[in-house]
Design a protein. Structure first.
Length: 309
C-alpha cells in the first residue's frame, strides 16, 4: 500500500523527463522508481551530472551515479567471466599508497583488465590513462571512461618541444698555444622535482597525469605509448622516466598483462573467453643520476621478467 500511495503522489522530484510532464520511471517499474526516489531523498542535491554526460533523461542527476556503479559491477563480473581475472602479487602486496602502475600494452582491454585486477580499495584511488582519440569517439565510450573508470585522457601526439638553446662557443686557443688546459665546466645541479613540474607546458601530454599525481591519485600507464604486436613490449617512451623525476616519492610498480590480446584481437569486436592474468612485481626506483635510456630499459625488463613468474 505504501508503494501505491507513493506512486499516486504524482511526479517524483528530480527525476522528470525533459518536458517536466511525467515521471521518467513509470508504475510498471516500481523497484527502479523506489531506488531513484530513495537516492533523491538522501542527498540528491549534492549529485552533479558531469559535463561529459550525454543529455538524455537516463543520465539525470539521480540516475547517473547509480548507473555508473551498476556498470562498474557489471564490467567486473564480465571481465571475471571472460578472463578469470587472476591478479598475482610478487614482491609488492596490494597497498593503499600512491603508485604508478606501468604495464605492457596489447589491447584496448588492458585498461579494463588491470583496473579489474586491483582490489576495490585500490580501484577507488587509481586512475588509468585513456587515449582521447579512441575513448571519446562515441558518447558511450566517453561515459564509461569518465563515470566508471575515472580515466585520465591523454593525447597520443606529443607536444613539440621548444628548441634547445644554442651551446656557448668555447675559445680553444689556450689549449693549442702551449697554455694550460681549460678547466672542465662545472656541471649544473639537477633541477628539483618541483621545478620540473613547474616548467611543464600545459599542452604537454604528461600534464593531465601530473595534475592527477599532484592531487594524490595513483595512475596506470602503458609506457610503450601504443599497442605492441610481438611477444616483447616495444621500447618504453620517456614519459615514465619524466614522471619518476617529477615524483620521486611515488612507488613505481611494474605489471605484466598476459593473454588479453587474445580476448579482443585487434580489429575484432566480439570478445573471446580465455584465461588472463595480471602479475604485479617488485617496485622499480630511479637511481640518483641514472640516465633516461638505462632506466627505461631496466623498467621494461622488470615488466618482461614477470611473464616468467
Amino acid at each position: 500500500m505504501a508503494v501505491i500511495a507513493l506512486l499516486q503522489r504524482g511526479p517524483l522530484p528530480g527525476i522528470l523527463d525533459g518536458k517536466n510532464s511525467r515521471p521518467l520511471f513509470h508504475k510498471r517499474n516500481v523497484a527502479t522508481t523506489l531506488i531513484a526516489y530513495s537516492v533523491h531523498l538522501g542527498n540528491a542535491q549534492k549529485l552533479r551530472t558531469p559535463a561529459l554526460a550525454p543529455s538524455y533523461p537516463l543520465y539525470s542527476t539521480v540516475s547517473w551515479p547509480m548507473l555508473a556503479k551498476l556498470m562498474g559491477f557489471f564490467l567486473l563480473g564480465l571481465v571475471r567471466l571472460l578472463t578469470g581475472s587472476q591478479a598475482r602479487w610478487y614482491g609488492c602486496p596490494p597497498k593503499a599508497e600512491q603508485r604508478i602502475y606501468f604495464a605492457n600494452h596489447q589491447s584496448h582491454a588492458d585498461l579494463v583488465l588491470i583496473w579489474a585486477a586491483l582490489p576495490e580499495e585500490l580501484r577507488s584511488i587509481t586512475r588509468p590513462i585513456a587515449a582521447r582519440d579512441y575513448w571519446t569517439k562515441t558518447p558511450f565510450r566517453q561515459w564509461i571512461t569518465t563515470a566508471v573508470f575515472n580515466a585520465i585522457y591523454v593525447e597520443r601526439q606529443a607536444a613539440t618541444p621548444p628548441p634547445a638553446p644554442a651551446a656557448p662557443a668555447h675559445d680553444t686557443a689556450d689549449g693549442t698555444a702551449g697554455g694550460p688546459d681549460p678547466a672542465p665546466p662545472t656541471p649544473e645541479p639537477a633541477p628539483s622535482p618541483e621545478a620540473l613540474r613547474a616548467a611543464l607546458p600545459d599542452n604537454d601530454p604528461l600534464a593531465p597525469l601530473v595534475r592527477a599525481l599532484e592531487s594524490g591519485d595513483s595512475i596506470i600507464i602503458f609506457p610503450e605509448g601504443t599497442r605492441g604486436h610481438g611477444d616483447d613490449p616495444q621500447p618504453f617512451k620517456s614519459g615514465l622516466f619524466r614522471l619518476a623525476q617529477m615524483f620521486p616519492q611515488v612507488v613505481l610498480v611494474p605489471a605484466w598483462i598476459n593473454n588479453v590480446q587474445r580476448v579482443i584481437p585487434k580489429g575484432e569486436v566480439v570478445p573471446v573467453p580465455i584465461l588472463c592474468s595480471v602479475t604485479f612485481g617488485a617496485p622499480v626506483a630511479l637511481a640518483d643520476g641514472e640516465a633516461r635510456r638505462p632506466f627505461l630499459d631496466r623498467a621494461r625488463h622488470a615488466v618482461m621478467a614477470l611473464r616468467e613468474v
